[in-house]
Design a protein. Structure first.
Length: 129
């Protein structure tokens, strides 16, 4: 089947018109510098979830993160969009999506990239409690 330039553009337009759903963690909020600073000042455990809607590893991490959130209601989860939040990525020195960073107050206590093992992710988050 040969696609003409016009049919390819039409197909792309249809794809772009459909919103891409992300499997965001239930209590996760988009990263906000003020919310992050407030959580740090309060000494809370914070999970920074660097994610992208097109990332298969991120999709595998989401059910694990939702489960951890339900088990730890005091955990603050802030989601960073890998495609659009370049200033935040630079701030946290992140170069890849599917990066998880845990803070206890102002101290970074753990970081992983590309991990989908529930036990390792639970241990990572537990390091903040």
């Amino acid at each position: 089947m040969t696609l003409t330039r016009r049919s390819m553009i039409a197909a792309l337009a249809c794809l772009l018109a459909v919103p891409i759903a992300t499997a965001a963690a239930e209590g996760a909020s988009p990263f906000d510098a003020k919310a992050f600073a407030a959580a740090q000042a309060a000494g809370k455990t914070i999970l920074i979830d660097v994610t992208a809607p097109w990332c298969p590893v991120c999709r595998r991490q989401q059910p694990i993160l939702r489960s951890i959130e339900k088990e730890n209601p005091k955990l603050v989860v802030l989601e960073v969009d890998f495609d659009t939040a370049k200033d935040v990525l630079k701030r946290f020195r992140v170069t890849q999506q599917s990066t998880l960073i845990v803070f206890k107050g102002t101290s970074e206590v753990g970081r992983s990239t590309g991990d989908t093992d529930p036990a390792r992710i639970r241990r990572l988050v537990a390091g903040g409690f």
